[in-house]
Unconditional design. Sequence first.
Length: 115
Amino acid sequence: VQLVESGGGLVQPGGSLRLSCAASGFTFSTYAMTWHRQAPGKERELVAAISGVGGSTNYADSVKGRFTISRDNPKNTVYLQMNSLKPEDTAVYYCHTLMISGHYWGQGTQVTVSS
């Protein structure tokens, strides 16, 4: 199982970024996928989740209405579209899935929101 995030960077408040997570080594469409983030000095938190076929999504209250999780199963990729970014969204963002064999995480991608 391999999860590789990309798309992070430095953006001004109010700006947008789209994160991608390329998955391999498992039957992607079978598993729910989640995005998490961890800011300096804080615990890792769940940001968004999407079901295997993409019909069901959930979001942390802090990002509802601003972030959108989606997936492209033929491309084995999950996305996180982030709009109206705030300085408090600054964190390392991680892609994740849970299987019977355990938790799997990507290496993370840094998102910094600053003027």
